[in-house]
Ligand binder design. Structure first.
Ligand code: ZN
Length: 419
């Protein structure tokens, strides 16, 4: 077995603590590292109540255990009855903190650091299986580190913010996630998707050394509630409607056209059968099968095909070099859509007309896309990031678990955090 002396060095115990015994428990395939305090401990202590450096040994608290890293593939634990000291100045008695203790009870710092490394790579459940620990215990460590590191974050440099709603479960339970578009990190996630979430973000911003007046650009979707919240709480910020959300709305309009056309026309129904995915993608993302389907459809007089061409044309406007060029392209797009919609007595292009109205109404915000250097790519990736977060928190559905995991994965926190 490895000697006490070696453990003394591995654990960096110094003069204040001593490994008194290392026991191998055969039945449990476990190594118990017994640690005792030394007289040299007391001169290093200062009273937690009055800060006086006049503490002497009083007695010992009951024995406790801390799970530590494995030793020669055996689970190891530090066992120690922590000493209690008494302050000569204020007479109060307190229990000395173990220098190896992590942020959550019953784990050493080294074990926590290793567990957090595993949790970065895999679901918490799986990390628990590998480490032979309950996932509840690992979650406690994760919460302790995330809470401490998140509270210490500085948001004083935050100027460009993005926000989006995330679906916690299908159809209900929304979270609004706020991100720093420059540093590409998640700042805050709160329940709800109404205007009040912006008030909560503003409060948190102040608590993290930021200021609502410092925010100059805010990228959001076109929800009226978000726009109201931004106007009420972030008066200096220009609202930017990001490309992803604009295009998504137009894609939905194309889908509506397809459904209407399918209902109205028996021949069209036959032609449009099982093509909904085709219209949702850009041509370069089509599979060979979809490509072939397109070549059969492209000469048919389908209104859905026209709506799809409109959507591609709108996307091209995003290739404009300047905001002025983009403005005139968006405007001529709106004119084109309306002309085609007017010409069609069937009303099939009405969803596209609505999309054009939407673009025109939000044009100033849409043109925020051309603000120098502003990129909303991080915002666009948020949905897949959130899905990954949900997978990692598998089995733990409550909001607090998902938020903690989101901060852990995408908050750029300093973790492990022993500050
Ligand atoms: Zn004291």
């Amino acid at each position: 077995m490895i000697s006490e002396k070696v453990f003394q060095q591995i654990l960096l115990l110094g003069e204040e603590w001593r490994v008194s015994a290392v026991d191998y428990v055969e039945k449990a395939s476990q190594v118990l590292i017994r640690v005792e305090d030394m007289p040299a401990l007391w001169p290093t202590q200062s009273c937690p109540h009055c800060n006086a450096r006049s503490v002497t040994g009083y007695d010992h608290a009951p024995e406790r255990r801390w799970r530590h890293l494995n030793v020669c593939q055996l689970e190891s634990e530090i066992v120690c009855a922590l000493p209690r000291g008494q302050c000569k100045a204020c007479q109060k008695v307190y229990t000395v903190r173990a220098p190896w203790e992590g942020r959550s009870r019953g784990l050493t710092q080294e074990f926590e650091a290793f567990a957090l490394t595993l949790m970065r790579e895999m679901p918490v459940k799986k990390a628990g299986e590998i480490l032979g620990e309950t996932d509840q215990k690992l979650w406690r460590a994760l919460f302790a580190h995330v809470d401490a590191a998140w509270a210490e974050l500085s948001w004083e440099d935050v100027v460009w913010v993005g926000a989006d709603e995330m679906n916690r479960k299908k159809g209900h339970n929304y979270l609004t996630v706020f991100v720093d578009l420059v540093a590409k990190r998640v700042l805050l996630a709160v329940e709800g998707k109404d205007a009040t979430v912006w008030e909560r973000f503003s409060e948190q911003l102040r608590q993290h050394n930021g200021h609502p007046k410092a925010i100059t650009q805010i990228a959001i979707d076109m929800s009226p509630a978000y726009q109201k919240g931004v106007r009420e709480n972030f008066g200096n910020a220009q609202i930017v409607f990001d490309k992803f959300h604009v295009v998504t709305q137009v894609v939905q309009a194309v889908e509506e056209v397809r459904r209407k056309e399918t209902r109205q026309d028996a021949l069209a129904r036959e032609q449009l059968e099982r093509t909904s995915w085709l219209w949702r993608k850009n041509p370069e993302r089509w599979t060979a099968k979809e490509q072939e389907r397109w070549s059969q459809l492209k000469d048919k007089p389908l209104v859905t095909g026209l709506a799809y061409a409109m959507r591609l044309e709108l996307q091209k406007a995003y290739a404009s070099g300047t905001a002025d060029q983009a403005r005139s392209r968006f405007q001529s797009w709106c004119r084109w859509v309306r002309t085609e919609a007017d010409a069609l007595t069937s009303g099939l292009l009405e969803p596209m007309r609505k999309a054009a109205d939407m673009v025109e109404r939000h044009l100033d915000g849409i043109l925020g896309h051309w603000k120098q250097g502003l990129t909303t790519a991080f915002l666009e990736g948020l949905n897949s990031l959130f899905s990954a977060t949900k997978r990692k928190a598998r089995g733990y559905r409550s909001t607090e678990y998902q938020i903690a995991m989101l901060y852990f994965v995408a908050g750029k926190l300093e973790i492990p955090y022993y500050g």
